[in-house]
Design a protein around this ligand. Sequence first.
Ligand SMILES: Nc1ncnc2c1ncn2[C@@H]1O[C@H](COP(=O)(O)OP(=O)(O)OP(=O)(O)O)[C@@H](O)[C@H]1O
Ligand SMILES: Nc1nc2c(ncn2[C@@H]2O[C@H](COP(=O)(O)O)[C@@H](O)[C@H]2O)c(=O)[nH]1
Length: 225
Amino acid sequence: MPKSAPSSAPSPASTGTLTRRGLMFILSSPSGAGKTTVSRMLLEHDPDICISVSCTTRPPRPGEIDGKDYHFVSRAEFDRMVADEEFLEWAEVFGNCYGTPKAQVKAGLKEGQDYLFDIDWQGTQQLYQKLERDVVRVFLLPPSIDELRRRLTGRGTDSADVIAGRMDRARSEISHWDGYDYVVVNDDIQACFEKVKKILEAERLRRARQTGLIGFVRELMQPGG
Ligand SMILES: Nc1ncnc2c1ncn2[C@@H]1O[C@H](COP(=O)(O)OP(=O)(O)OP(=O)(O)O)[C@@H](O)[C@H]1O
Ligand SMILES: Nc1nc2c(ncn2[C@@H]2O[C@H](COP(=O)(O)O)[C@@H](O)[C@H]2O)c(=O)[nH]1
């Protein structure tokens, strides 16, 4: 029969005590493979993770909302933020600049907030170098190059030139797949989402993250407790 917890040690879950730092859950892929789609599904189904909203100099696509999808900023404003070290990481992608604002994420992690990042491999490397222990890196692959082209075209948000540029970059982006902890092929969207969700759930339970449980475990181990 399993031993129950001593009555003097209420479980951290039941008391709502913080049991770990937040984690940084990164989704990367070649453009069009489906990170935004999977991110939206995660955010919809998991109230305990929130998105890190990036700054970008790219113009908004139809339907994109400033402050929700991105903070759309001018090049001059982006350069100022770089100079003032306001980014945790930043990179130039497809001729535009993208960056992760530092302030909100750093404070939230301390309070146990998990963050989702839809960023490229350059940003992933920078976050890993700075905050290795908090980072979980997931790379999505398309089922084929033809399907990637179909998805970019079918999305209907980019001109033929932009799509051609993104297709040109796809192979070199895929070559960075070995810089990730997990790799998931996004063939069926629901199956892909379920796999990504399981990765997040398992990573939350890593012993090394659950430093807040140390006191609880010590109490459980007290003789005669
Ligand atoms: N498994 C899937 N099967 C079919 N279509 C998909 C699948 N996943 C995503 N899509 C579609 O493919 C298109 C591209 O997806 P999405 O915008 O999520 O890609 P992305 O990786 O975020 O691209 P980008 O890096 O350019 O922002 C969208 O129209 C989306 O609905
Ligand atoms: N290094 C970073 N890359 C980012 C960030 N925000 C988005 N991205 C990546 O840029 C490309 C293009 O995005 P799109 O929205 O213009 O299609 C894609 O790979 C994103 O993941 C960021 O803050 N830093």
